[in-house]
Write a protein that binds this ligand. Structure first.
Ligand code: NAD
Ligand code: UDP
Ligand code: UDP
Length: 324
């Protein structure tokens, strides 16, 4: 059955893919974004669809609309973007959550929160299970994001207990794919762009810190299963990510090989403050409750992402030639 669905942060990397998926399923989609890190280009493909509506709005301000479901994604996700204006980052997570929960309460909507593996901080339990309470530095440069997202989770569970709201909280681990921002400093986009340009690959620290990378299509399958195919009493939090873990250095080597490039790895700077040394999701709960696990192998997902950045770089080059 068709639903009216609000997607906050819908013009961002993950939000734009989500809007497409929800439209394909026959829903009405209201995309709300202030374009802080997102862009209209990301949702160009949706604009002709009469079921799609776009609204410029900052979620730190109240929003009065009538919807059946809310996916709350609004929040810059890359460290350089969320640390650029840290006060706004916390406001977006906390005031944004309050406003979306207030809206959900008024209209009786089911509400999804895009939480993050950063709630575990620099984890001392490995792989990370949902019951682990985390190791976050509340004073460091990542705290605006980590603590903002932790407080948002608190608000979701308090609205659930106090106001009986239907909530779904996903803890998302590093995700990659087409439409990542080429300049947002995240590791996958940085390494691919550097490898395609034949530039040095910038390793921070010794490159032995680990991450686990999930392809965007897999991630969205997990979100939709959580929202549409779990009972109301299953709130999460549930880890959604790919459990194949690797040191960043290995990711760099893999990308150089896939682009058939000659870039060298350089230790560009020390490990940033509070950068987690290891990260890998335990997805036992997602396997059980969502009947979900990732399917796209890293080589396959990286190949699609490389093709996206390759055409983006070529079109930018063509544009700058026209400009001259
Ligand atoms: P993104 O930066 O591409 O998208 C975030 C979107 O939110 C952008 O379109 C931005 O303009 C919008 N936004 C920011 N502040 C806003 C505000 N105050 N009001 C309205 N819109 C606002 O990032 P993404 O990778 O698509 O991440 C989407 C969500 O998923 C975020 O909440 C992020 O924390 C979460 N997440 C992502 C990852 C990942 O690996 N991509 C991992 C963990 C969690
Ligand atoms: N809110 C909103 N849209 C709505 C309803 C509420 O943006 O449709 C915002 C409003 O700013 C409010 C917040 O959500 O302050 C929390 O709402 P709630 O009803 O929980 O508390 P209130 O502050 O209204 O007592
Ligand atoms: N990183 C790196 N080189 C880069 C960008 C990132 O070595 O050019 C490292 C970063 O220090 C971190 C990991 O890659 O250890 C993942 O960084 P990202 O910003 O993508 O996401 P995070 O998981 O830290 O939020």
């Amino acid at each position: 059955m068709s639903k009216r669905i609000l997607v906050t942060g819908g013009a961002g990397f993950l939000g734009s893919h989500l809007c497409e998926r929800l439209l394909e399923a026959g829903n009405d989609v209201l995309c709300v974004d202030n374009y802080y890190t997102g862009s209209k280009h990301n949702i160009m493909g949706c604009l002709d669809n009469p079921r799609f509506e776009l609204m410029r709005h900052d979620v730190t301000f109240p929003l009065y609309v009538e919807v059946d479901e809310i996916y709350n994604l609004a929040c810059p996700a890359s460290p350089i973007h969320y640390q650029h204006d840290p006060v706004q980052t916390t406001k977006t997570s906390v005031h944004g959550a309050i406003n979306m929960l207030g809206l959900a309460k008024r209209v009786g909507a089911k509400v999804f929160q895009a939480s993050t593996s950063e709630v575990y901080g620099d984890p001392t339990v490995h792989p990370q299970v949902e019951s682990y309470r985390g190791n976050v530095n509340p004073l460091g440069p990542r705290a605006c994001y980590d603590e903002g997202k932790r407080c948002a989770e608190t608000l979701f569970f308090d609205y659930h207990r106090q106001h009986k709201l239907r909530i779904k909280v996903a803890r998302i681990f590093n995700t990659y794919g087409p439409r990542m921002h080429p300049n947002d400093g995240r590791v996958v986009s940085n390494f691919i762009v550097q490898a395609l340009k034949g530039e040095d690959i910038t390793i921070y620290g010794d490159g032995m810190q680990t991450r686990s990378f999930c392809y965007v299509d897999d991630l969205l399958d997990g979100w939709l299963r959580l929202m549409d195919h779990t009972p109301d009493d299953f709130t999460g939090p549930v880890n959604i990510g790919n459990p194949v873990e690797m040191p960043i250095r290995h990711l760099a080597e893999k990308i150089i090989k896939l682009v058939n490039g000659k870039s060298k790895l350089v230790q560009a700077r020390p490990l940033p403050t509070d950068d987690p040394l290891q990260r890998c999701p335990d997805i036992t709960l997602a396997r059980k409750m969502l009947k979900w696990e990732p399917k796209v192998a890293l080589d396959e997902g990286l190949a699609k992402t490389i093709a996206y950045f390759d055409s983006l770089l070529k079109s930018n080059k063509a544009m700058s030639r026209v400009g001259r």
